[in-house]
Design a protein around this ligand. Structure first.
Ligand code: NDP
Ligand code: BG6
Length: 464
């Protein structure tokens, strides 16, 4: 029987397919009665049976594994796409998912067009491209132009899976469904914003991708800047995808390109020994940078972003530090107020917390830091859905609310391009020990740049 949907995954033998796409698809297929067939397509000469085994082992489930297919092709040879064309010819909806390194996107798009697989103005032919889209601003522009030649905008889904995380979507709910926060969300009351995207793992088996990419392209250009745009944008007119995209575009347009003297790069100890890494690689596995937004809301507020592999622990969070309350005089002695911290914890232990000053219980009037916390998982009895489950279910439904638009992606490249150019041409990242918080220079960056010091919740009283 012909399936209702064919999901053609280019790069299906890779890390992303195994860890994220196939398990999420398996969960969706188990919930949904829609008949989906997954077709792996790539350079590896796999037997269909071998791929079926891979789908099953990756958690794709029996149903998906039983119908899965593999097509061996050469991304750069359009004629090798003919068997794929034949396989999907009678399927009503065909989705092409580019889960390959960015340098392959252009060839695959050309081959899809040349072989007649891409059909513009047909909403039942869709294309999904993984981040990062391009390697720099110029290549991102070229890829967007190429995408627009082959497909209409409604057929294109540019993935940034951070946007599909429930806790990232919850930033919109926190900011715009509570009248408490919006009045303080500006330069008058916010002293600094610190964003941490830390990973405990190293690069694993991903050198082929990562050693060409590095932390700026892998995380800052997409996940971190999208998160920052949601944190700093103006309220959208409505929460429909187009208005949210419009608000994010305005925020990104107001961010100044990163000044290379306001950024620090690092490489974890042992990176050069990872399988597949060039022995003299200068690729950064850590970056910290100071950002500035030139608009009425944020002018003068220092914003810091850091990300890295092989750090102390896995944590993604946004820490918004409000200005100190005025000094208090207690028993004739001046005491500093306790700065309010708003913490948006994206992962793990998803939630939102507020660190405030409170009176220590007892006879003396003494201030202590205290925490108020929303534990996000408690809002539901079900497990929180994986971001890729949200992404795939939206692609299958044809919705666009969790995807950035073409212009947002180009604006983000404009912000990081000067840094990439500076780092490409000279210098070497500072080596940091595995399991640390990265190079010491990142502490100086925050201290001298007006951000105080890096904080993650748990390290600071009242922020557990
Ligand atoms: P991999 O390095 O595992 O590559 C995926 C597949 O692409 C490989 O199995 C291979 O398939 C093909 N491939 C790899 N290198 C090349 C090359 N130089 N030329 C042609 N084909 C190649 O990457 P990931 O799966 O980790 O990432 C793929 C994409 O997904 C990237 O764009 C990445 O940014 C994005 N992504 C990855 C995430 C992750 O956690 N891994 C998370 C979010 C996004 P074959 O040999 O069969 O053709
Ligand atoms: C991907 C990056 O986009 O995000 C990976 O390519 C990174 O390097 C991953 O590990 C992190 O995603 P998550 O959802 O585990 O935070």
């Amino acid at each position: 029987m012909q399936p209702a949907v064919d999901l053609v995954v280019f790069g299906a033998s890779g890390d992303l397919a195994r860890r994220k796409i196939l398990p999420s698809l398996g969960r969706l297929a188990a919930r949904d009665s829609q008949a989906i067939r997954v077709i792996g397509a790539g350079r590896s000469a796999k037997a269909t049976e071998e791929f079926r085994l891979l789908v099953g082992e990756a958690g794709g489930g029996e149903r998906l594994a039983a119908t899965a297919d593999w097509v061996h092709l050469d991304y750069a040879a359009p004629s090798s796409f003919a068997p794929l064309q034949e396989l999907v010819a009678a399927t009503p909806c065909v989705i092409f998912y580019l889960a390959t390194p960015p340098e392959t996107f252009s060839d695959i798009l050309l081959a899809l067009s040349a072989s007649g697989l891409a059909r513009s103005r047909d909403p039942m032919r869709r294309i999904v491209v993984e981040k990062p889209l391009g390697h720099d601003l110029a290549s991102a522009r070229a890829l967007n132009a190429q995408l627009a030649e082959a497909f209409d905008e409604e057929q294109i889904f540019r993935i940034d899976h951070y946007l599909a995380k429930d806790t990232v979507q919850n930033v919109l709910a926190l900011r715009f469904s509570n009248s408490l926060f919006e009045p303080v969300w500006n330069r008058t009351l916010v002293e600094t914003i610190l964003i941490t995207v830390a990973e405990e793992e190293g690069i694993g088996q991903r050198a082929g991708y990562y050693d060409h990419t590095g932390a700026v392209r892998d995380i800052i250009q997409n996940h971190a800047l999208q998160l920052l745009a949601l944190i700093t944008m103006e309220p959208p007119t409505t929460f429909d995808a187009e208005y949210v995209r419009r608000a994010k575009r305005a925020a990104l347009r107001a961010m100044l390109p990163i000044d290379p003297t306001m950024a620090v790069r690092g490489q974890y100890e042992g990176y050069l020994d990872e399988e597949g890494v060039a022995p003299d690689s200068r690729r950064e596995t850590y970056v910290a940078a100071r950002l500035q937004i030139e608009n009425w809301r944020w002018d003068g507020v220092p914003i810091f972003v850091r990300t890295g592999k092989a750090l102390t622990r896995r944590v993604t969070e946004v820490m918004i530090k409000l200005r100190d309350a005025p000094m208090l005089r207690i028993g004739g002695r001046r005491q500093r107020g306790i700065p309010t911290l708003i913490v948006i914890r994206i992962q793990p232990d998803e939630g939102i917390s507020l660190r405030i000053g409170a009176k220590r219980p007892g006879t003396k009037f003494e201030l202590v830091p205290a925490g108020m916390r929303l534990d996000y998982a408690r809002l539901t009895r079900a497990a929180l859905p994986d971001a890729y489950e949200n992404v795939l279910s939206e692609v299958l439904a044809g919705g666009h609310s969790a995807f950035p638009g073409a212009e947002e992606i180009e604006l983000s490249w404009e912000i990081v391009d000067p840094l990439l150019r500076a780092w490409e041409s000279e210098g070497h990242p500072e080596v940091y020990p595995r399991g640390s918080w990265g190079p010491h220079a990142a502490d100086d960056l925050v201290a001298t740049g007006g951000g105080g010091r890096w904080i993650v919740s748990g390290d600071e009283p009242g922020t557990s």
